[in-house]
Design a protein around this ligand. Structure first.
Ligand code: FEO
Length: 169
């Protein structure tokens, strides 16, 4: 059985994952508005991944006899100055999420909640990947520049991303 405090913290994380999905969908909409369909595709898939993170937390809360309590989702930003700025914000946001996951692990440890701590290990590893991916795109964007054939090629590459459900689903 989960403690009240752990239940509340996992529900807050559900809200953060849904916000992440909302943020990336908003970024997809912006990319579409500046004719970068490949980047928009990448963002839509990223948004779906965030929903799958939500589903993992949702399933775990129920499995442990907790109660999922959804909260209002904050409105995401809608405008960015460049695609480099967009991905800079993705990286910043993923670093923030990593901090939140680490906070959950600390809480689980402080409560001797070994099951939650073990469950969260998947998220710890996932965040390493999330940050590395976002950082890789930022670096590529810096090399490609803000317009011209480099950006066009990168947009094409981003357009090839497909959704892969997380392992175990
Ligand atoms: Fe759910 Fe992008 O971390």
């Amino acid at each position: 059985m989960l403690s009240e405090k752990m239940q509340e913290a996992l529900n807050t994380q559900i809200n953060k994952e849904l916000y992440s999905s909302y943020l990336y969908l908003s970024m997809a909409a912006w990319c579409e508005s500046v004719n970068l369909g490949g980047f928009a595709n990448w963002m839509i898939i990223q948004a779906r991944e965030e929903v799958s993170h939500t589903e993992k937390l949702f399933g775990f809360l129920n499995e442990r006899g907790g109660r999922v309590l959804l909260q209002p989702i904050e409105g995401p930003p809608t405008e960015w100055g460049s695609v480099l700025e967009v991905f800079g914000q993705v990286l910043e946001h993923e670093r923030l999420v990593t901090g939140l996951i680490h906070g959950l692990v600390k809480l689980a440890r402080s409560e001797d909640d070994y099951a939650t701590e073990a469950f969260l290990q998947w998220f710890v590893s996932e965040q390493v990947e999330e940050e590395a991916t976002a950082s890789g795109v930022v670096e590529k964007l810096k090399l490609a520049g803000e317009q011209g054939s480099g950006l066009f090629m990168l947009d094409r590459e981003m357009g090839t991303r497909v959704f892969t459900p997380p392992a175990g689903e």
